[in-house]
Design a protein around this ligand. Structure first.
Ligand code: UDP
Ligand code: MG
Length: 320
């Protein structure tokens, strides 16, 4: 059996940590693994998450704690964990127990069958707001329409990836990483395990609607240039209809006794054109913002502290 790294980003999860740790140990200890490590990433929590991680790492050499210097976001925290993991297989999961640790043996069984990527596919989530549900369905539809990468419904960041896939993911130097898309983009053999996600054990969801929308936007912008082409197409359509309108206006003037009049028609066209132009500029701007993020080349995360007891086997690295 391989060396396994479990990677868990945590943002204000003090009330979930104890049970998470106990359930992980209960699942991992009986497995005949060569070794395993539990990497707990504190993504700038303001509660007691970090002291608890420190306590675990002092008593358990299998726990590695990474404290980021501030809240960098779930995806960045995951990347921090992946950069510090040394297992043959990496399993990423949430820290609120919506990703049941009891699925880990099934992940490993699939890996042994020869799959490089094993994704958990959520069948039903209790307690998800209708607005989040609506946006996530709409995003999935839009993403699959405009990019050649396919995302499956209910597949999030609860997955196993093999060392080979991690190696490929690490060669991608982009700052704005939408991991779900990238894991699908790299190819390899994938398997899916269907599960029902329970309610979050304690606390509120840390992915606000704003954060979710931003992640969706990152996904679309980094996987498809199509909105840019659509902006151009929109311009063509508007020009076409304006042209017909011009011909109509000339016809009225030359061949009838009436003509187009009134400020209303002028106001409507000015507002309409203004709207179309602003949408187009907005699309252009979004891509420009992404290029801006990339060229600055700032680190994706900053590690403030690392804590673990057993430094013999597992090398220490700082910053990503
Ligand atoms: N998380 C994080 N940084 C953030 C937001 C979330 O590390 O800025 C962690 C959070 O602690 C949890 C996981 O990411 O372990 C998933 O977050 P959450 O449960 O709030 O997301 P949801 O279940 O609503 O998708
Ligand atoms: Mg959750």
């Amino acid at each position: 059996m391989p060396r396994v790294s479990i990677i868990i980003p945590l943002y204000d999860e003090e009330n979930n940590l104890q049970e998470l740790y106990q359930r992980l140990k209960k699942v991992l200890d009986p497995l005949t693994l060569e070794d395993y490590e539990i990497i707990l990433i504190d993504d700038g929590s303001s509660d007691g998450t970090w002291p608890i991680i420190q306590k675990f790492s002092e008593t358990d050499p299998k726990v590695k704690g990474i404290k980021l210097s501030r809240n960098f976001g779930h995806q960045s925290a995951l990347i921090a964990g992946m950069d510090h993991a040394e297992g043959d297989v990496l399993i990423t999961m949430d820290g609120d127990l919506q990703h049941p640790p009891e699925l880990i043996p099934q992940f490993l069984a699939k890996w042994q069958e020869g799959f490089d990527i094993v994704c958990a596919q959520r069948e039903r989530t209790e307690n998800i707001s209708w607005i989040k549900n609506f946006f996530s369905k709409f995003f999935l539809f839009a993403f699959n329409k405009i990019s050649f990468v396919r995302l499956k419904e209910g597949v999030a960041d609860f997955r196993l990836i093999s060392r080979e896939v991690v190696g490929v993911l690490k060669t991608m130097k982009e700052r704005c990483r939408f991991l779900r898309g990238l894991v699908s983009w790299v190819g390899f053999r994938s398997a899916y395990i269907v599960y029902t996600a329970p309610k979050r054990l304690s606390g509120k969801a840390k992915y606000s609607l704003r954060k979710s929308l931003f992640l969706a936007l990152t996904g679309i912008l980094s996987f498809s240039p199509q909105p840019l082409y659509w902006a151009g197409f929109l311009g063509l359509v508007v020009t076409f209809f304006s042209f017909i309108y011009i011909i109509y206006a000339i016809y009225l003037k030359l061949f009838t006794h009436s003509s187009l009049s009134g400020w209303a028609s002028i106001l409507i066209s000015v507002l309409f054109l203004g709207g179309v132009q602003l949408i187009t500029i907005g699309i252009l701007g979004s891509y420009l913002a992404m290029v801006f993020e990339e060229v600055k080349g700032r680190p994706i995360y900053i590690v403030q502290k690392i804590t673990y007891k057993n430094s013999k086997n597992w090398k220490e690295e700082v910053n990503g």
